[in-house]
Design a protein around this ligand. Structure first.
Ligand code: HEC
Ligand code: HEC
Ligand code: HEC
Ligand code: HEC
Ligand code: HEC
Length: 261
Protein backbone atom coordinates (compact mmCIF):
# COMPACT_ATOMS: atom_id res chain seq x y z
CA UNK A 1 0.00 0.00 0.00
CA UNK A 2 1.38 3.40 -0.98
CA UNK A 3 0.98 6.33 1.31
CA UNK A 4 2.34 9.02 -1.02
CA UNK A 5 -0.35 10.89 -2.95
CA UNK A 6 -0.35 10.05 -6.69
CA UNK A 7 0.86 13.47 -7.76
CA UNK A 8 3.89 13.40 -5.51
CA UNK A 9 4.54 9.84 -6.57
CA UNK A 10 4.63 10.89 -10.21
CA UNK A 11 6.95 13.73 -9.38
CA UNK A 12 9.29 11.38 -7.57
CA UNK A 13 9.46 8.95 -10.46
CA UNK A 14 10.16 11.76 -12.91
CA UNK A 15 12.73 13.28 -10.59
CA UNK A 16 14.53 9.93 -10.28
CA UNK A 17 14.46 9.39 -13.99
CA UNK A 18 15.96 12.78 -14.73
CA UNK A 19 18.55 12.43 -12.02
CA UNK A 20 19.67 8.91 -12.87
CA UNK A 21 19.24 8.70 -16.59
CA UNK A 22 19.09 12.26 -17.79
CA UNK A 23 15.78 11.89 -19.61
CA UNK A 24 16.76 9.14 -22.04
CA UNK A 25 13.39 8.74 -23.74
CA UNK A 26 13.08 12.25 -25.02
CA UNK A 27 10.14 13.87 -23.32
CA UNK A 28 9.52 12.40 -19.88
CA UNK A 29 5.94 13.69 -19.99
CA UNK A 30 3.23 11.07 -19.61
CA UNK A 31 3.06 9.10 -22.85
CA UNK A 32 -0.74 9.05 -22.59
CA UNK A 33 -0.71 12.71 -23.59
CA UNK A 34 1.28 12.11 -26.75
CA UNK A 35 -0.29 11.37 -30.08
CA UNK A 36 0.43 7.85 -31.19
CA UNK A 37 -2.11 5.88 -33.16
CA UNK A 38 -1.93 2.95 -30.73
CA UNK A 39 -2.97 5.09 -27.80
CA UNK A 40 -5.51 7.06 -29.82
CA UNK A 41 -7.33 3.93 -30.89
CA UNK A 42 -6.85 1.66 -27.87
CA UNK A 43 -8.04 4.27 -25.40
CA UNK A 44 -11.51 4.36 -26.97
CA UNK A 45 -14.20 3.72 -24.37
CA UNK A 46 -16.15 1.57 -26.82
CA UNK A 47 -13.77 -1.31 -26.06
CA UNK A 48 -15.22 -1.52 -22.57
CA UNK A 49 -18.09 -3.47 -24.17
CA UNK A 50 -16.64 -4.46 -27.53
CA UNK A 51 -13.36 -5.95 -26.32
CA UNK A 52 -12.91 -6.00 -22.55
CA UNK A 53 -9.36 -7.31 -22.72
CA UNK A 54 -8.19 -4.48 -24.95
CA UNK A 55 -9.90 -2.01 -22.63
CA UNK A 56 -8.30 -3.50 -19.53
CA UNK A 57 -4.81 -3.55 -20.98
CA UNK A 58 -5.02 0.13 -21.82
CA UNK A 59 -6.34 1.04 -18.37
CA UNK A 60 -3.50 -0.89 -16.75
CA UNK A 61 -0.84 0.90 -18.73
CA UNK A 62 -2.34 4.36 -18.22
CA UNK A 63 -0.77 6.03 -15.21
CA UNK A 64 1.74 3.17 -14.76
CA UNK A 65 5.40 3.87 -14.00
CA UNK A 66 6.02 3.15 -17.67
CA UNK A 67 3.45 5.65 -18.91
CA UNK A 68 4.79 8.27 -16.50
CA UNK A 69 8.33 7.62 -17.75
CA UNK A 70 7.14 8.38 -21.29
CA UNK A 71 7.18 4.79 -22.49
CA UNK A 72 4.30 4.01 -24.76
CA UNK A 73 3.05 0.87 -26.48
CA UNK A 74 5.71 0.70 -29.16
CA UNK A 75 8.55 0.61 -26.62
CA UNK A 76 7.45 -2.95 -25.91
CA UNK A 77 5.27 -4.02 -28.85
CA UNK A 78 6.75 -2.54 -32.01
CA UNK A 79 4.19 -1.78 -34.73
CA UNK A 80 3.91 1.52 -36.59
CA UNK A 81 2.50 4.34 -34.41
CA UNK A 82 2.31 6.72 -37.40
CA UNK A 83 -0.41 4.65 -39.09
CA UNK A 84 -4.02 5.25 -38.11
CA UNK A 85 -5.49 2.10 -39.68
CA UNK A 86 -5.37 -0.94 -37.42
CA UNK A 87 -3.81 -3.41 -39.85
CA UNK A 88 -1.07 -0.99 -40.89
CA UNK A 89 -0.35 -0.02 -37.29
CA UNK A 90 -0.17 -3.69 -36.26
CA UNK A 91 2.44 -4.63 -38.84
CA UNK A 92 5.08 -6.82 -37.18
CA UNK A 93 3.03 -7.51 -34.01
CA UNK A 94 2.85 -11.28 -33.56
CA UNK A 95 0.19 -13.05 -31.49
CA UNK A 96 1.40 -13.77 -27.97
CA UNK A 97 1.17 -17.53 -28.51
CA UNK A 98 3.80 -17.35 -31.27
CA UNK A 99 7.16 -18.48 -29.79
CA UNK A 100 8.83 -15.68 -31.75
CA UNK A 101 6.70 -13.02 -30.00
CA UNK A 102 8.54 -10.94 -27.41
CA UNK A 103 5.53 -11.72 -25.17
CA UNK A 104 5.60 -15.47 -25.50
CA UNK A 105 5.88 -16.44 -21.81
CA UNK A 106 9.45 -17.68 -22.02
CA UNK A 107 10.62 -14.53 -23.82
CA UNK A 108 9.23 -12.05 -21.33
CA UNK A 109 12.31 -11.82 -19.06
CA UNK A 110 14.45 -10.92 -22.05
CA UNK A 111 11.91 -8.35 -23.25
CA UNK A 112 11.68 -6.60 -19.88
CA UNK A 113 15.41 -7.10 -19.30
CA UNK A 114 16.13 -5.01 -22.39
CA UNK A 115 15.63 -2.03 -20.08
CA UNK A 116 16.05 -3.69 -16.67
CA UNK A 117 19.32 -5.44 -17.38
CA UNK A 118 20.70 -5.63 -13.81
CA UNK A 119 17.46 -7.32 -12.70
CA UNK A 120 17.58 -9.74 -15.62
CA UNK A 121 21.20 -10.67 -14.91
CA UNK A 122 20.25 -11.77 -11.40
CA UNK A 123 16.98 -13.36 -12.44
CA UNK A 124 18.79 -15.42 -15.09
CA UNK A 125 20.69 -17.15 -12.27
CA UNK A 126 17.57 -18.07 -10.32
CA UNK A 127 15.83 -21.38 -9.93
CA UNK A 128 12.73 -19.56 -11.16
CA UNK A 129 14.34 -18.78 -14.50
CA UNK A 130 15.62 -22.31 -14.87
CA UNK A 131 12.13 -23.69 -14.21
CA UNK A 132 10.57 -21.19 -16.58
CA UNK A 133 12.86 -22.34 -19.36
CA UNK A 134 12.64 -26.07 -18.75
CA UNK A 135 9.23 -27.00 -17.28
CA UNK A 136 7.46 -23.65 -17.81
CA UNK A 137 6.48 -23.71 -14.11
CA UNK A 138 8.60 -20.87 -12.79
CA UNK A 139 7.22 -17.32 -12.67
CA UNK A 140 8.31 -14.67 -15.15
CA UNK A 141 8.41 -10.90 -14.61
CA UNK A 142 4.73 -10.30 -15.25
CA UNK A 143 3.58 -13.11 -12.94
CA UNK A 144 4.72 -10.80 -10.14
CA UNK A 145 4.61 -7.29 -11.61
CA UNK A 146 1.59 -7.44 -13.90
CA UNK A 147 1.97 -7.04 -17.64
CA UNK A 148 1.41 -3.37 -18.20
CA UNK A 149 1.17 -1.62 -14.89
CA UNK A 150 4.64 -2.43 -13.47
CA UNK A 151 3.40 -2.69 -9.92
CA UNK A 152 5.83 -3.10 -7.07
CA UNK A 153 3.88 -4.95 -4.41
CA UNK A 154 6.55 -5.45 -1.84
CA UNK A 155 5.15 -7.47 1.09
CA UNK A 156 1.64 -7.75 -0.31
CA UNK A 157 3.03 -9.73 -3.22
CA UNK A 158 3.38 -12.76 -0.99
CA UNK A 159 -0.37 -13.34 -0.85
CA UNK A 160 -0.86 -12.41 -4.49
CA UNK A 161 1.96 -14.29 -6.11
CA UNK A 162 4.24 -16.45 -3.98
CA UNK A 163 1.61 -18.49 -2.17
CA UNK A 164 -0.12 -19.48 -5.40
CA UNK A 165 2.83 -21.70 -6.12
CA UNK A 166 4.46 -22.15 -2.71
CA UNK A 167 1.98 -23.77 -0.34
CA UNK A 168 1.37 -26.94 1.61
CA UNK A 169 -0.70 -28.44 -1.20
CA UNK A 170 1.91 -27.98 -3.93
CA UNK A 171 4.64 -28.97 -1.43
CA UNK A 172 6.87 -26.51 -3.28
CA UNK A 173 8.99 -25.02 -0.47
CA UNK A 174 6.09 -23.72 1.67
CA UNK A 175 8.68 -22.56 4.22
CA UNK A 176 9.88 -19.78 1.94
CA UNK A 177 6.70 -17.78 2.60
CA UNK A 178 7.82 -16.84 6.12
CA UNK A 179 11.34 -16.10 4.87
CA UNK A 180 10.00 -13.89 2.08
CA UNK A 181 7.93 -12.02 4.65
CA UNK A 182 11.05 -11.27 6.72
CA UNK A 183 13.17 -10.25 3.76
CA UNK A 184 10.57 -8.07 2.08
CA UNK A 185 9.70 -6.55 5.45
CA UNK A 186 13.34 -5.48 5.83
CA UNK A 187 13.54 -4.13 2.28
CA UNK A 188 10.38 -2.14 2.92
CA UNK A 189 11.76 -0.79 6.15
CA UNK A 190 15.05 0.12 4.44
CA UNK A 191 13.06 1.90 1.74
CA UNK A 192 11.37 3.96 4.46
CA UNK A 193 14.78 5.17 5.67
CA UNK A 194 15.73 5.82 2.07
CA UNK A 195 12.74 8.11 1.60
CA UNK A 196 13.54 9.90 4.84
CA UNK A 197 17.14 10.43 3.73
CA UNK A 198 16.02 11.74 0.39
CA UNK A 199 13.91 14.33 2.09
CA UNK A 200 16.73 15.25 4.45
CA UNK A 201 19.46 15.55 1.80
CA UNK A 202 17.16 17.70 -0.29
CA UNK A 203 16.45 19.99 2.63
CA UNK A 204 20.19 20.49 3.32
CA UNK A 205 20.82 20.91 -0.44
CA UNK A 206 22.99 17.83 -0.75
CA UNK A 207 20.89 15.71 -3.13
CA UNK A 208 24.06 14.09 -4.52
CA UNK A 209 24.47 12.28 -1.19
CA UNK A 210 21.55 10.07 -2.26
CA UNK A 211 23.70 8.37 -4.91
CA UNK A 212 25.22 5.99 -2.39
CA UNK A 213 21.89 5.24 -0.74
CA UNK A 214 20.06 4.59 -4.00
CA UNK A 215 22.72 2.32 -5.37
CA UNK A 216 22.92 0.25 -2.17
CA UNK A 217 19.15 -0.14 -2.32
CA UNK A 218 19.06 -0.95 -6.05
CA UNK A 219 21.84 -3.53 -5.64
CA UNK A 220 19.83 -5.42 -3.07
CA UNK A 221 16.63 -5.27 -5.13
CA UNK A 222 18.53 -6.67 -8.11
CA UNK A 223 19.89 -9.38 -5.85
CA UNK A 224 16.39 -10.25 -4.67
CA UNK A 225 15.67 -11.50 -8.20
CA UNK A 226 18.13 -14.36 -7.76
CA UNK A 227 15.73 -15.80 -5.18
CA UNK A 228 18.64 -17.20 -3.21
CA UNK A 229 17.33 -16.55 0.28
CA UNK A 230 20.44 -17.90 2.02
CA UNK A 231 22.43 -15.01 0.57
CA UNK A 232 19.60 -12.51 0.59
CA UNK A 233 18.77 -12.90 4.30
CA UNK A 234 22.11 -11.43 5.51
CA UNK A 235 22.24 -8.99 2.63
CA UNK A 236 18.88 -7.47 3.49
CA UNK A 237 19.98 -7.17 7.12
CA UNK A 238 23.15 -5.32 6.07
CA UNK A 239 21.18 -2.93 3.89
CA UNK A 240 18.71 -2.14 6.65
CA UNK A 241 21.52 -1.56 9.17
CA UNK A 242 23.41 0.69 6.75
CA UNK A 243 20.45 2.89 5.83
CA UNK A 244 19.28 3.06 9.41
CA UNK A 245 22.64 4.32 10.64
CA UNK A 246 22.85 6.91 7.84
CA UNK A 247 19.38 8.05 8.78
CA UNK A 248 20.18 8.34 12.49
CA UNK A 249 23.35 10.26 11.67
CA UNK A 250 21.41 12.68 9.48
CA UNK A 251 18.85 13.08 12.21
CA UNK A 252 21.57 13.94 14.72
CA UNK A 253 23.05 16.57 12.40
CA UNK A 254 19.62 17.99 11.80
CA UNK A 255 18.87 18.46 15.50
CA UNK A 256 22.33 19.85 16.32
CA UNK A 257 21.92 22.40 13.51
CA UNK A 258 18.54 23.29 14.99
CA UNK A 259 20.20 23.89 18.41
CA UNK A 260 22.86 26.13 16.89
CA UNK A 261 20.39 28.66 15.57
C1 HEC B 1 -7.60 1.85 -35.29
C2 HEC B 1 -7.48 1.12 -34.05
C3 HEC B 1 -6.16 0.52 -33.63
C4 HEC B 1 -4.89 1.02 -33.79
C5 HEC B 1 -4.44 2.28 -34.53
C6 HEC B 1 -4.00 0.11 -33.08
N1 HEC B 1 -4.72 -0.92 -32.55
FE1 HEC B 1 -3.98 -2.52 -31.53
N2 HEC B 1 -5.80 -3.42 -31.55
C7 HEC B 1 -6.97 -2.82 -31.97
C8 HEC B 1 -8.06 -3.77 -31.81
C9 HEC B 1 -9.53 -3.51 -32.14
C10 HEC B 1 -7.51 -4.97 -31.28
C11 HEC B 1 -8.24 -6.28 -30.95
C12 HEC B 1 -7.88 -7.39 -31.88
C13 HEC B 1 -8.31 -7.08 -33.29
O1 HEC B 1 -9.46 -6.69 -33.52
O2 HEC B 1 -7.45 -7.20 -34.18
C14 HEC B 1 -6.07 -4.70 -31.14
C15 HEC B 1 -5.16 -5.61 -30.66
C16 HEC B 1 -3.85 -5.31 -30.31
C17 HEC B 1 -2.93 -6.20 -29.65
C18 HEC B 1 -3.22 -7.64 -29.22
C19 HEC B 1 -2.65 -8.63 -30.18
C20 HEC B 1 -3.51 -8.83 -31.37
O3 HEC B 1 -3.02 -8.69 -32.51
O4 HEC B 1 -4.70 -9.15 -31.20
C21 HEC B 1 -1.77 -5.52 -29.46
C22 HEC B 1 -0.50 -6.05 -28.79
C23 HEC B 1 -1.94 -4.19 -30.02
N3 HEC B 1 -3.23 -4.09 -30.53
C24 HEC B 1 -1.01 -3.22 -30.00
C25 HEC B 1 -1.07 -2.05 -30.79
C26 HEC B 1 0.03 -1.15 -31.00
C27 HEC B 1 1.42 -1.31 -30.39
C28 HEC B 1 -0.42 -0.16 -31.84
C29 HEC B 1 0.35 1.02 -32.41
C30 HEC B 1 1.60 0.73 -33.12
C31 HEC B 1 -1.81 -0.45 -32.13
N4 HEC B 1 -2.18 -1.61 -31.46
C32 HEC B 1 -2.64 0.31 -32.95
C33 HEC B 1 -7.10 -1.57 -32.47
C34 HEC B 1 -6.04 -0.72 -32.85
C1 HEC C 1 6.44 -2.40 -20.44
C2 HEC C 1 6.07 -3.10 -21.66
C3 HEC C 1 4.69 -2.87 -22.22
C4 HEC C 1 4.12 -1.67 -22.59
C5 HEC C 1 4.72 -0.27 -22.45
C6 HEC C 1 2.85 -2.00 -23.17
N1 HEC C 1 2.65 -3.35 -23.13
FE1 HEC C 1 1.08 -4.38 -23.88
N2 HEC C 1 1.81 -6.11 -23.12
C7 HEC C 1 3.00 -6.24 -22.47
C8 HEC C 1 3.14 -7.62 -22.01
C9 HEC C 1 4.31 -8.18 -21.22
C10 HEC C 1 1.99 -8.33 -22.45
C11 HEC C 1 1.64 -9.81 -22.21
C12 HEC C 1 0.56 -9.84 -21.17
C13 HEC C 1 0.15 -11.17 -20.61
O1 HEC C 1 0.77 -12.19 -20.84
O2 HEC C 1 -0.85 -11.14 -19.85
C14 HEC C 1 1.18 -7.34 -23.15
C15 HEC C 1 -0.06 -7.63 -23.74
C16 HEC C 1 -0.83 -6.71 -24.41
C17 HEC C 1 -2.09 -7.02 -25.06
C18 HEC C 1 -2.75 -8.39 -25.15
C19 HEC C 1 -1.97 -9.22 -26.12
C20 HEC C 1 -2.67 -10.41 -26.67
O3 HEC C 1 -2.06 -11.05 -27.59
O4 HEC C 1 -3.78 -10.72 -26.25
C21 HEC C 1 -2.56 -5.84 -25.60
C22 HEC C 1 -3.84 -5.64 -26.37
C23 HEC C 1 -1.58 -4.81 -25.28
N3 HEC C 1 -0.56 -5.37 -24.56
C24 HEC C 1 -1.71 -3.50 -25.70
C25 HEC C 1 -0.86 -2.49 -25.28
C26 HEC C 1 -1.09 -1.09 -25.60
C27 HEC C 1 -2.26 -0.55 -26.41
C28 HEC C 1 -0.08 -0.40 -25.01
C29 HEC C 1 0.10 1.12 -24.96
C30 HEC C 1 -1.07 1.85 -24.50
C31 HEC C 1 0.81 -1.37 -24.37
N4 HEC C 1 0.29 -2.62 -24.55
C32 HEC C 1 1.97 -1.06 -23.68
C33 HEC C 1 3.93 -5.25 -22.27
C34 HEC C 1 3.75 -3.92 -22.54
C1 HEC D 1 11.80 0.44 -23.08
C2 HEC D 1 12.29 0.27 -21.71
C3 HEC D 1 11.51 -0.56 -20.72
C4 HEC D 1 10.96 -1.81 -20.92
C5 HEC D 1 10.98 -2.68 -22.17
C6 HEC D 1 10.40 -2.19 -19.64
N1 HEC D 1 10.60 -1.21 -18.70
FE1 HEC D 1 10.04 -1.24 -16.74
N2 HEC D 1 10.66 0.67 -16.49
C7 HEC D 1 11.25 1.45 -17.47
C8 HEC D 1 11.40 2.81 -16.96
C9 HEC D 1 12.02 3.98 -17.73
C10 HEC D 1 10.86 2.82 -15.65
C11 HEC D 1 10.70 4.01 -14.70
C12 HEC D 1 11.99 4.40 -14.06
C13 HEC D 1 12.47 3.35 -13.13
O1 HEC D 1 11.80 3.10 -12.11
O2 HEC D 1 13.50 2.72 -13.43
C14 HEC D 1 10.44 1.46 -15.38
C15 HEC D 1 9.92 1.04 -14.16
C16 HEC D 1 9.57 -0.29 -13.87
C17 HEC D 1 9.20 -0.78 -12.56
C18 HEC D 1 9.25 0.02 -11.27
C19 HEC D 1 7.95 0.69 -10.98
C20 HEC D 1 8.03 1.48 -9.69
O3 HEC D 1 6.95 1.85 -9.22
O4 HEC D 1 9.13 1.73 -9.17
C21 HEC D 1 8.90 -2.10 -12.69
C22 HEC D 1 8.44 -3.06 -11.60
C23 HEC D 1 9.08 -2.43 -14.10
N3 HEC D 1 9.49 -1.31 -14.78
C24 HEC D 1 8.84 -3.69 -14.63
C25 HEC D 1 8.91 -3.98 -15.99
C26 HEC D 1 8.44 -5.22 -16.58
C27 HEC D 1 7.82 -6.38 -15.82
C28 HEC D 1 8.69 -5.14 -17.93
C29 HEC D 1 8.35 -6.14 -19.01
C30 HEC D 1 6.93 -6.45 -19.18
C31 HEC D 1 9.32 -3.84 -18.18
N4 HEC D 1 9.42 -3.17 -16.98
C32 HEC D 1 9.75 -3.40 -19.43
C33 HEC D 1 11.65 1.01 -18.72
C34 HEC D 1 11.27 -0.18 -19.32
C1 HEC E 1 8.57 -13.99 -8.00
C2 HEC E 1 8.22 -12.57 -8.12
C3 HEC E 1 9.08 -11.66 -8.97
C4 HEC E 1 9.58 -11.93 -10.22
C5 HEC E 1 9.49 -13.22 -11.03
C6 HEC E 1 10.22 -10.72 -10.66
N1 HEC E 1 10.12 -9.75 -9.70
FE1 HEC E 1 10.78 -7.82 -9.83
N2 HEC E 1 10.33 -7.52 -7.86
C7 HEC E 1 9.58 -8.38 -7.09
C8 HEC E 1 9.37 -7.77 -5.78
C9 HEC E 1 8.58 -8.39 -4.62
C10 HEC E 1 10.01 -6.51 -5.82
C11 HEC E 1 10.02 -5.43 -4.75
C12 HEC E 1 10.98 -5.58 -3.66
C13 HEC E 1 10.74 -4.41 -2.71
O1 HEC E 1 10.84 -3.25 -3.16
O2 HEC E 1 10.45 -4.62 -1.54
C14 HEC E 1 10.58 -6.37 -7.15
C15 HEC E 1 11.26 -5.24 -7.60
C16 HEC E 1 11.51 -4.97 -8.97
C17 HEC E 1 11.97 -3.73 -9.51
C18 HEC E 1 12.39 -2.52 -8.71
C19 HEC E 1 11.30 -1.58 -8.39
C20 HEC E 1 11.88 -0.48 -7.51
O3 HEC E 1 11.53 -0.45 -6.32
O4 HEC E 1 12.68 0.32 -8.00
C21 HEC E 1 12.07 -3.87 -10.88
C22 HEC E 1 12.49 -2.84 -11.90
C23 HEC E 1 11.70 -5.24 -11.18
N3 HEC E 1 11.37 -5.88 -10.00
C24 HEC E 1 11.69 -5.80 -12.46
C25 HEC E 1 11.58 -7.15 -12.72
C26 HEC E 1 11.88 -7.79 -13.99
C27 HEC E 1 12.33 -7.06 -15.24
C28 HEC E 1 11.68 -9.13 -13.82
C29 HEC E 1 11.92 -10.24 -14.83
C30 HEC E 1 13.27 -10.33 -15.40
C31 HEC E 1 11.22 -9.34 -12.45
N4 HEC E 1 11.20 -8.13 -11.81
C32 HEC E 1 10.84 -10.57 -11.89
C33 HEC E 1 9.11 -9.64 -7.45
C34 HEC E 1 9.42 -10.28 -8.64
C1 HEC F 1 4.45 -19.65 -11.03
C2 HEC F 1 4.87 -20.32 -9.80
C3 HEC F 1 5.78 -19.59 -8.84
C4 HEC F 1 5.59 -18.36 -8.26
C5 HEC F 1 4.45 -17.38 -8.50
C6 HEC F 1 6.68 -18.20 -7.31
N1 HEC F 1 7.52 -19.27 -7.36
FE1 HEC F 1 9.21 -19.53 -6.26
N2 HEC F 1 9.56 -21.31 -7.21
C7 HEC F 1 8.75 -21.87 -8.16
C8 HEC F 1 9.33 -23.13 -8.62
C9 HEC F 1 8.73 -24.07 -9.67
C10 HEC F 1 10.55 -23.27 -7.90
C11 HEC F 1 11.55 -24.42 -8.00
C12 HEC F 1 11.19 -25.45 -6.98
C13 HEC F 1 12.23 -26.56 -6.96
O1 HEC F 1 13.25 -26.36 -6.31
O2 HEC F 1 12.02 -27.57 -7.60
C14 HEC F 1 10.66 -22.11 -7.02
C15 HEC F 1 11.71 -21.90 -6.14
C16 HEC F 1 11.80 -20.82 -5.27
C17 HEC F 1 12.87 -20.61 -4.32
C18 HEC F 1 14.09 -21.47 -4.18
C19 HEC F 1 13.89 -22.53 -3.17
C20 HEC F 1 15.17 -23.32 -3.02
O3 HEC F 1 15.61 -23.45 -1.89
O4 HEC F 1 15.71 -23.78 -4.04
C21 HEC F 1 12.59 -19.46 -3.63
C22 HEC F 1 13.41 -18.82 -2.52
C23 HEC F 1 11.35 -18.95 -4.17
N3 HEC F 1 10.89 -19.80 -5.15
C24 HEC F 1 10.74 -17.78 -3.73
C25 HEC F 1 9.58 -17.25 -4.27
C26 HEC F 1 8.96 -16.01 -3.83
C27 HEC F 1 9.46 -15.15 -2.69
C28 HEC F 1 7.87 -15.80 -4.62
C29 HEC F 1 6.93 -14.62 -4.60
C30 HEC F 1 7.51 -13.29 -4.66
C31 HEC F 1 7.79 -16.92 -5.54
N4 HEC F 1 8.84 -17.77 -5.30
C32 HEC F 1 6.81 -17.06 -6.51
C33 HEC F 1 7.54 -21.38 -8.63
C34 HEC F 1 7.01 -20.16 -8.27
Amino acid sequence: MRRIPPKLDKFMILACLFAVLGDPWGSAASAAGRSESCVECHKDDKFRVQNKKIYDYYQEWKGSAHDLAGLSCTACHNGDPAKAAKDEAHVGILPQSDPASPFYFKNIPKTCGGCHLPVLERFAQSRHFEQLKTTGRGPNCITCHGALNARVYSTTIIQRACSNCHNAKTKNHPEIIAQAQDILGRLNHANGYRKGLKFYYQSVKKPEAMGKVDSAYADTINFWHEFDFKKLGPRSQDLLAELKSLYLEAHKEESSQGDGR
